[in-house]
Design a protein around this ligand. Structure first.
Ligand SMILES: *Cc1c(COP(=O)(O)O)cnc(C)c1O
Length: 353
């Protein structure tokens, strides 16, 4: 694979700096191109510098683009391990298919990322809870204003050193159930990590913040009854002795953290249901004291406990504003496997060679 070196390296964030999420990017990126008739070609590592685009590029007008998010962790023995990358590549190809973007080789992408991670070893944060966030994306680059699938694409992978989400202690989220806007509809693009979904979610998120909430709980678009997700996380509830997460219905993004949590819970002997769950059921469970926990799952936070849910103007408190036992167990198990603190019975750590 070609490796184009850059003349000047960037300044790295100071030791102990607030890394936050998605603020810093490393020196290099992995890229490859696609042209109709040729397929994917020219995979290489090159300097991550601002790019020039034709402003007629399809992605800038019609949003033909998909992305992914995963993390790599520095292990106690100095090796680097990525958490379940095969799942992300498979999902990215499914997202691509939905957006009429040509499939790519997961092996080529994985090889590119492994070479990139190895080259950017000096950018790895070392504090507990930190990681290297990996952001692959594919965008349609052909300059053409007809509403058609592009004949040219750019695939790229950026690396972003990321801080400990819960460094300042864990403040449970305040969520408001969104009853006006919908994130996605069955038959739409909700199952795909497609860029347009996120633009469409911004207004509801902004209104929630203006009212003092962290994010919205999305309901199904048809009946505005059933819980789908929270912001851009999957949602779990503990009601009595049942752990419930909305069943994948075509408009919910199939999270890899969700899938990992389901496996850990089932193997831990918990009663787990993937089913429809209405906002009303959640409110009633909260009222009767049966709602023991609520939390979101996703790559960025892993587990984000929920302390308050507002539904139809009424606030419901969950778990006394503290992280619940099941959320804590899941957090410890997933982050333990990711960081190498715990054994990896499922083979979720993929070590780079
Ligand atoms: C990425 C994403 C998730 C979480 O998926 P993970 O694979 O667990 O990171 C959930 N919902 C939406 C809408 C997402 O984009």
């Amino acid at each position: 694979m070609q490796f184009i070196t850059r003349e000047f390296l960037k300044e790295k964030p100071a030791k102990g700096a607030e890394l936050g999420f998605g603020k810093y990017f490393t020196d290099y990126m992995f890229t490859m191109k696609y042209r109709e008739g040729r397929g994917w070609y020219d995979g290489k590592i090159e300097p991550n510098v601002p790019q020039r685009f034709d402003l007629a590029a399809n992605v800038l007008h019609y949003g033909q683009g998909v992305f992914e998010g995963m993390k790599a962790f520095l292990q106690p023995d100095g090796r680097i391990a990525i958490f379940r990358p095969d799942e992300n590549w498979a999902r990215m190809n499914r997202s691509a298919e939905r957006l009429c973007i040509p499939r790519f080789s997961a092996e080529t992408a994985e090889k590119g990322v492994e070479i990139l991670l190895d080259a950017e070893r000096s950018w790895f944060p070392t504090d507990p809870g930190t990681s290297m966030y990996i952001r692959p994306a594919i965008v349609a680059t052909k300059a053409a204003l007809g509403v058609h699938a592009s004949s040219e694409y750019l695939f790229f992978v950026l690396l972003s050193p990321t801080g400990n989400y819960f460094k300042h202690g864990l403040a449970p989220l305040r969520l408001i159930v969104e009853t006006t806007y919908a994130r996605a509809a069955v038959g739409g693009t909700g199952e795909a990590k497609c860029i347009g979904n996120y633009a469409a979610s911004l207004l509801a998120g902004k209104r929630a913040e203006e009212q003092g909430f962290d994010q919205v709980i999305w309901l199904d678009s048809a009946e505005k009854k059933y819980v789908e997700e929270a912001g851009s996380m999957n949602m779990f509830f503990v009601i009595g002795d049942e752990v419930v997460t909305p069943a994948l219905n075509g408009s919910i993004l199939p999270g890899i953290t969700r899938k990992s949590c389901l496996q850990i819970l089932r193997d831990g002997g918990y009663r787990v249901s993937e089913r429809r769950i209405s906002a009303e059921e959640v409110a009633e469970a909260a009222e009767s004291g049966k709602l023991r926990e609520a939390f979101g799952t996703g790559t960025a936070a892993v587990i984000a406990p929920v302390g308050t849910i507002r539904y139809l103007g009424k606030d419901y408190t969950v778990g006394g504003g503290k992280i619940g036992e099941i959320a804590q167990t899941l957090f410890d198990t997933v982050t333990g496997i990711q960081s190498g603190r715990l054994p990896d019975p499922y083979g979720w750590r993929k070590y780079i060679k």
